[in-house]
Design a protein around this ligand. Structure first.
Ligand SMILES: Nc1ncnc2c1ncn2[C@@H]1O[C@H](COP(=O)(O)OP(=O)(O)OP(=O)(O)O)[C@@H](O)[C@H]1O
Ligand SMILES: [Mg+2]
Length: 220
C-alpha cells in the first residue's frame, strides 16, 4: 500500500473502526475513479468529495468531523490531476465474528446503496437483510464473512454474499417454510431476507457451511 493511502487510512481510523476506514477509502477511490496506484503526492477534489461523504456518515460529531476533513485536506493537496477509471468493481469484504462486525457490514451496505442512488426505504431493506445474514453467522457458525459488491453492468445494483464454514442447514426447505419453529429466535430471518431482496440464493449442507447470495437491483 502506498504512503498516501496509508496516511488517509490513519486519519480515518482515528474516527471510525478499522474495517469501516478501509471500506470508506476503497469505495471513495473507486467512486472518484482515482487510480490507487497513482495516488502519490497528492491530489484530487473528487477523492476528497467522496471521502467527505463517508466521513459525514460515520463521524456524526460536528467538531470531530471538521477536524477529520481538515486533516484530509492538508494531506491531499488539490492539484486537479486527472486519472484513468479504475479497472475493477468495488468489492468490500467484512469478516463477521462479533456484534460490531454486524453493525459495520450493515453500515457499509447502506453506504453502497446510498451511492448507487437507492431510496432510503430500500437502503434500510438491504441493511436489514445484511443484519439478518450476519447475525446468523455469529449465532450459528461463530465466524464467517460478508462480501458487498456494486453491480455496475447492464443491471445496476448491489450483491451481498454471506459465507461461513459452520454447521450448515440440514433441511433448507423446512427453515424457509411457514411451519418452521426456531429454538433460538423467531425463525423469520431468512424468510424476511428473501422477501426484502430481489434475488435470494441459499446453499447449505451439514459439514459444508452456508452461502447466501442476495441481490437488489435499481430497476427490478
Ligand atoms: N449460517 C447458518 N449456519 C447454520 N445454521 C443456520 C445459519 N443460518 C440459519 N441457520 C438455521 O436456520 C434457521 C432459520 O434461520 P432464521 O434466521 O430464518 O431464523 P432464526 O435465526 O432461528 O430466528 P430469527 O428470526 O431471530 O432470525 C435457524 O434457526 C438455524 O437453525
Ligand atoms: Mg436468524
Amino acid at each position: 500500500m502506498n504512503d498516501t493511502r496509508q496516511q488517509i487510512l490513519e486519519i480515518l481510523s482515528g474516527h471510525m473502526s478499522a474495517i469501516m476506514a478501509r471500506s470508506v477509502l476503497s469505495l471513495s477511490l473507486s467512486w472518484s475513479k482515482v487510480d490507487p496506484n497513482k495516488l502519490l503526492s497528492g491530489d484530487d477534489k473528487r477523492l476528497l468529495a467522496e471521502l467527505e461523504k463517508g466521513i459525514r456518515l460515520y463521524v456524526p460529531d460536528d467538531t470531530l468531523r471538521q477536524k477529520c476533513m481538515e486533516q484530509m485536506q492538508s494531506l491531499l493537496t488539490l492539484n486537479g490531476q486527472t486519472h484513468p477509471p479504475p479497472a475493477a468493481e468495488p468489492q468490500i469484504r467484512v469478516p463477521v465474528l462479533t456484534e460490531s462486525d454486524i453493525v459495520d457490514a450493515r453500515g457499509i451496505g447502506r453506504l453502497v446503496c446510498g451511492k448507487l442512488g437507492f431510496s432510503g426505504a430500500i437502503q434500510i431493506k438491504v441493511a436489514t437483510a445484511i443484519s439478518e445474514m450476519a447475525r446468523n453467522i455469529v449465532q450459528y457458525a461463530g465466524k464467517g464473512e460478508i462480501t458487498i459488491t456494486t453491480l455496475d453492468g447492464d443491471r445496476r445494483g448491489i450483491e451481498v454474499v454471506a459465507r461461513d464454514k459452520g454447521p450448515g442447514i440440514a433441511d433448507i426447505s423446512l427453515v424457509m417454510s411457514d411451519r418452521y419453529h426456531s429454538r433460538t429466535g423467531m425463525g423469520i430471518g431468512l424468510k424476511g431476507t428473501r422477501n426484502l431482496m430481489d434475488e435470494f440464493d441459499l446453499e447449505s449442507s451439514p459439514g459444508n457451511g452456508t452461502e447466501i447470495r442476495v441481490r437488489k437491483y435499481m430497476d427490478p
